[in-house]
Design a protein around this ligand. Structure first.
Ligand code: 7TS
Length: 411
């Protein structure tokens, strides 16, 4: 392991015992913990500045508006968007993808069109496209994964045949939440663009874990959640290229997004307001800006290296457990900071329950990847997912806990 400072002191929640054991939090794929700096930003906002935005000329309203719009500009810088107007605040990845599927899908998809996605998508980047295809008469197709354990990642050779001019939109995950596979997002966007397809990247698992530059990626839309990058729950982002956003009709209508309303109709403001009807989530947007500051102070390159080192170590040590089946990239192939595995005859929910006795927080289930699980002949896996505050010692605790559980089930 390369040396990496210990940042645990920044995270109040990590300093507790669970079932009499120090908490080992390895469920970061589901949500990450929050540093003091983010918690303080929330408290400071509610104690000093709380007010509605965009509607008042009094001091608090102006401070709240400055904070909210400042957060938008901060997030634009975080992902290198050309213009803060390209940042739409949503509740999270799921809402962001639904917004594109409904607004863009309604305007652009028709029978005979193809929406392309992949076999490794989270339900949030799959079901909205099924719905959009059903509503429009378009066909949904999937880029296959390679190998009995999906160890080969996406089948890029199959992509050539699938990416025809009938493909109007290609939606894919940057990092798989179950496999840990890292998709070649820049290449996928380039190939989709060559046939004129619009691209949507699900960045839920990459946003807090590696540098991300929407202009370098060349994507049209990109979705992520604040809570997976040290930010609060209930806030997320849809990035959209300005030229595309300006052509899109709003998905929701109401206050704050209109220029003029008569009893007969209404006209819309440009992006981003057009897509943010109603009172927005001001406090959480501001705290998400604080999360960007926190991650950039540590360095996202360094966080990615730490994640990769931890998952490499976990792969090595977990591979020594009898009967383990690890899905996703093999040792020596790039993998994000998570490992999913299964043992014949021991259900993932039992593993998670028993590991909790040792203070180890894991996740067991289908991880909102039911079709992928079915394809791999699994109903569930156990997943350990790492982040910047995890240590090599915690991987030892995980492996020791799994040994104890396997022994128990072996009778
Ligand atoms: N896309 C991916 C790749 C995800 O991992 C998740 C959440 C989502 C979309 C949805 O994000 P949300 O914030 O809108 O819910 N993934 C997980 C997980 O792996 N375990 O719990 C949530």
């Amino acid at each position: 392991m390369p040396s990496w400072p210990n940042f645990r002191a920044d995270f109040p929640v990590l300093h507790q015992q669970v079932n009499g054991k120090p908490l080992v939090y390895l469920d970061n794929g589901a949500t990450t913990q929050k540093p003091r700096r983010v918690i303080d930003a929330l408290v400071r906002y509610y104690e000093r500045d709380n007010s509605n935005v965009h509607r008042g000329l009094h001091a608090l309203s102006m401070r709240a508006t400055d904070g909210y719009e400042g957060a938008r500009a901060r997030i634009a810088r975080f992902i290198n968007a050309a213009d803060p107007a390209e940042i739409i605040f949503t509740r999270g990845t799921t809402e962001s993808i639904n917004l594109v599927a409904r607004s863009w899908g309604h305007a652009h998809l028709k029978p005979g069109d193809v929406v392309l996605t992949t076999e490794m998508e989270h339900h949030s980047n799959l079901v909205p496209w099924q719905q959009a295809a059903k509503a429009s008469g378009a066909t949904l197709k999937y880029v296959p994964v390679l190998g009995a354990d999906a160890e080969g990642g996406l089948d890029l050779a199959a992509l050539d045949a699938l990416l025809t001019p009938a493909v109007k939109l290609f939606a894919f995950t940057h990092i798989s939440n179950t496999l840990g596979a890292i998709n070649p997002a820049t290449e996928l966007c380039r190939r989709a663009r060559a046939v004129g397809a619009v691209t949507v990247i699900d960045a839920a698992q990459s946003i807090g874990h590696a540098p991300l530059d929407v202009q370098a990626l060349g994507c049209d839309f990109l979705a992520f959640s604040g809570h997976k990058m040290c930010g609060p729950t209930g806030i997320g982002v849809l990035y959209g290229r300005r030229a595309l956003l300006d052509q899109l009709a709003p998905d929701e209508t109401g206050g704050g997004m209109v220029v003029s309303v008569t009893y007969e109709g209404a006209t819309w403001k440009p992006a981003p307001e057009r897509f943010e009807a109603g009172t927005p989530n001001v406090a959480d947007a501001i705290a998400l800006g604080a999360a960007c500051d926190y991650l950039d102070a540590l360095g996202r390159d360094q966080i990615a290296a730490h994640d990769a080192a931890l998952s490499g170590l976990a792969m090595e040590k977990l591979s020594t457990l009898p009967g383990i089946r690890i899905i996703g990239p093999r040792v020596g192939t790039p993998r994000s900071g998570l490992v999913s595995f299964a043992f014949e005859g021991v259900h993932a929910h039992d593993i998670v329950t028993f590991a909790d006795e040792d203070g180890v927080a894991l996740r067991g289930g289908h991880h909102c990847n039911q079709p992928l699980m079915r394809k791999l002949g699994l109903t569930s896996t156990t997943r350990a997912s790492f982040y910047l505050y995890n240590t090599p010692e915690e991987i030892d605790t995980l492996v020791a806990s799994l040994r104890r559980i396997l022994k128990f089930f072996a009778g």
